[in-house]
Design a protein around this ligand. Structure first.
Ligand code: SAJ
Length: 399
């Protein structure tokens, strides 16, 4: 094969399919044998529009093959997760083990690229590891960092059309990596060095996190000040140079709620706003859960009976079925703790069933609950007519 793609997850698999669509032989690697088997059967193990068709075609035409170990190629891409350990320290052990797996295969003029979101300096660290084991390759291979920036749900389009930032450990590496991506990508390819490219990825997501934190902070102030935060933001945004994002019930997903910690862990004294934004966004989920509980208590005091409560939405953002790192799920868990499940209707129209939560459909929940808490602004919820006598907690501007 021409290309080895280590990691066949949310980014690695679509990227492998895109490269293969261009009739370039790709050898995909994943440590999970079930994933390898699924892909070799032309199927996919994740939910992403248009990906199924792309993988099926690539496998059928023989351009994409998966295995649990890498083979010799000319270009190696590392696209594995970088989770974090306790105390929000980034964990680059997957990047390291993926690199260790390809080191014996590297030869002169090869290209090694990391795409995984990584703390600043990771590419240089992997370069040191490569040359420690293969000193004869020093200055003879190309090493670069090129983060992805695709939005889940629109990956196949954004992979091709988004601009990319490409940073080599030297300019020959940058140029070689740009040549590689130019075969598949229509967006602009911006050249820089590896450290800047690493930080750029972290900064993009931190920037969004900080902006959402600002909106969430406003929502807390407005709640006390008895001002409608949605109206306030809409009006402030009429200013030609103001563009405030939307408050919600916290920030979820596996990127925006994670990547800022990669900066904070290494530069704790300097990253004040970035660190505080994380705290504000996490606190907002806790606050929402407390608000539901206090509303429930007020109802009990007033009516002398327990209210029934509808929790509307579990996904980490509108109109998707992804519950990972979801603030809405966290809130549901928090309010259901130590309470009788029967008082609750949990609604998530984007999934059929859930192993912990018993799901109710939208109409029934809205009709029967005394208190309705909107946690996610799904389109289905916007159409709902909520009867006047209900108590509504709208955390995401559904109403
Ligand atoms: N959110 C708000 N208010 C807003 C916008 C979003 O509360 O005004 C919340 C969402 O509900 C969600 C979270 O933020 O819980 C994140 O959602 P998102 O749509 O902002 O982003 P992700 O996590 O789906 O994808 C992000 C994207 N990054 C940026 O927009 C800077 C995507 O381009 C990245 O590729 C992706 O992270 C990634 O993989 O890093």
């Amino acid at each position: 094969p021409e290309v080895v793609m280590v990691g066949l997850g949310y980014i690695g698999l679509p990227t492998a399919a895109l490269v293969a669509q261009n009739k370039v032989q790709v050898h995909g690697v994943d440590i999970n044998p079930a994933v390898v088997e699924t892909i070799n059967a032309g199927k996919i193990h994740i939910v992403e529009p248009e990906l199924d068709q792309a993988v099926e075609t690539a496998v059928k035409q023989g351009y994409l093959k998966a295995a649990t170990t890498p083979v010799e190629a000319n270009t190696y891409l590392i696209v594995v997760p970088t989770p974090f350990k306790d105390k929000n320290e980034p964990d680059i052990s997957f990047v390291q083990s993926a690199t260790e797996a390809v080191i014996p295969l590297l030869k002169e003029d090869d290209l090694y690229i990391i795409e995984s979101t990584s703390p600043i300096g990771t590419t240089e660290r992997m370069m040191a590891l490569i040359f420690e084991k293969r000193p004869e390759l020093k200055d003879k291979i190309h090493i670069a960092y090129c983060p992805e920036r695709v939005l889940p749900g629109n990956v196949m389009y954004e992979l091709v059309n988004n601009d990319r930032v490409i940073g080599g450990v030297d300019s020959a590496s940058t140029n070689k990596a740009v040549e590689f991506y130019a075969q598949f990508i229509q967006g602009k390819l911006h050249k820089t060095n590896a450290r800047t490219a690493e930080m750029c990825k972290l900064v993009e997501n931190s920037s969004r996190d900080v902006q959402i934190a600002f909106a969430n902070e406003l929502s807390l102030i407005c709640d006390k000040a008895d001002i409608n935060v949605w109206e306030l933001i809409e009006l402030a945004n009429k200013h030609p140079r103001v563009n405030i994002l939307q408050p919600g019930c916290g920030v979820g997903g596996h990127c925006i709620a994670v990547d800022p910690y990669f900066i904070v862990a290494d530069y704790p004294m300097e990253s004040k706003i970035i660190g505080t934004a994380r705290e504000i966004n996490n606190y907002k989920s806790f606050w929402c859960a407390e608000k539901i509980k206090s509303t429930k208590m007020e109802f009990e005091l007033k009516h002398g009976r327990k209210p029934s409560i509808a929790l509307m939405g579990l996904a980490f953002k509108p109109n998707i079925d992804d519950l990972r790192e979801s603030p809405a799920k966290y809130i549901a868990q928090k309010v259901l703790q130590n309470s009788n499940d029967e008082e609750y209707f949990i609604v998530e129209p984007n999934i059929k069933s859930h192993k912990v939560f018993k799901l109710t459909d939208v109409e029934k929940a809205v009709k029967e609950a005394d208190i309705i808490a909107f946690l996610v602004a799904h389109d289905e919820f916007k159409k709902v007519q909520v009867p006047k006598d209900k108590i509504v907690l709208d955390f995401c501007n559904v109403g």
